[in-house]
Design a protein around this ligand. Structure first.
Ligand code: ADP
Ligand code: MG
Length: 290
């Protein structure tokens, strides 16, 4: 690409709310074979709501939620705010110990009880038997909700469903990306059953789920080895390594600063329409040079 065509391309892009932070991103984006998408906050609104709370043993919503939400009040994860909002009006328990386990959940001591909240793999890792509640969680996940478990003093006390709606513009943007000849993939830290349910709804054929940030990097590398250049779109702190590893990292402008810092392209719009525009601009400006 000539310096002039790059200037024209990046200038037009900026008018459309697509910021190319590096001139060569115009070229690498145009050469993309795969567009890999983070799920939470990229395909979905990133503003989950607690939609289900099923309690176990002698626990009720009134007794379990103040313990669960007391821990989540210390977490910054969007799932945590959904749970805390659902507990509005309850007197939260006193927390004397708290820690957050990346990609897993939170743990602590609330009102003298040991409380764990998080993914099925977190419970399994902590030696907690899911029993029949594994089935309850799968049913939730098949609807596209994220299933979480709360264990109190070593036993499952609740199964929680948290739903994050797909952004209204996502489906059309994915169709546009596919009609541009790109292979579309999803890479997420969320539950595999949930991820597949959302992917099916959007017609995304390739799904990598339940991965930590370094797992997102590995997924990008595998896609590149198999198909060619990869553009990755994400918004979260956990997306930053994959944004840096992709041939073109595209950050959602409403996302975290860490993601924006790691990206080659930043979308001012909070959705995937910006990614479609970025690709169109890259193709048009590279055509102009030939
Ligand atoms: P992503 O943003 O791609 O969904 P994360 O790595 O942030 O991935 O989270 C992965 C999973 O870890 C979540 O789906 C959830 O099961 C669990 N998790 C993370 N943080 C919390 C939390 N504060 N409370 C409960 N579960 C959590
Ligand atoms: Mg995200």
């Amino acid at each position: 690409a000539t310096p002039t065509s790059i200037m024209v391309g990046t200038g037009r892009a900026a008018e459309m709310g697509v910021l190319f932070r590096k001139g060569d991103a115009l070229q690498s984006l145009q050469e993309s074979k795969v567009i890999a998408l983070d799920k939470t906050g990229t395909l979905t609104a990133g503003a989950p709501e607690l939609t289900t709370l099923e309690t176990a043993l002698d626990w009720t919503r009134e007794t379990a939620l103040p313990l669960i939400a007391a821990l989540e009040a210390r977490s910054e994860h969007p799932i945590a705010s959904a749970i805390v909002r659902a507990a509005a009006g309850y007197d939260l328990a006193d927390v004397i110990e708290f820690s957050s386990v990346t990609g897993m959940g939170v743990r602590g001591i609330a009102d003298g009880k040991t409380v764990l909240v998080g993914a099925d793999r977190f419970m399994t890792q902590e030696g907690i038997d899911l029993g029949e509640y594994a089935q309850t969680a799968d049913v939730l996940a098949q609807t596209g909700a994220t299933p979480l478990f709360a264990a109190i003093d070593g036993k499952i006390a609740a199964v929680i469903g948290v739903s994050d709606p797909i952004k209204p513009t996502t489906a059309a943007a994915i169709s546009a990306l596919r009609s541009m000849g790109l292979k579309v993939a999803m890479i997420t830290g969320d539950n595999a059953v949930t991820a597949h349910a959302i992917a099916r709804e959007l017609g995304i054929e390739h799904v990598v789920a339940e991965v930590m940030p370094d797992g997102k990097v590995a997924a990008v590398q595998t896609l590149r080895e198999t198909h060619g250049k990869v553009a990755f779109v994400g918004d979260g702190i956990n997306d930053a390594p994959a944004l840096a590893a992709a041939d073109t990292g595209i950050a959602i402008g409403t996302g975290t600063d860490v993601a924006i810092e790691a990206a080659d392209v930043v979308l001012m719009s909070g959705d995937l329409v910006g990614a479609v525009n970025a690709l169109k601009i890259s193709q048009a400006s590279m055509r102009n040079i030939r």
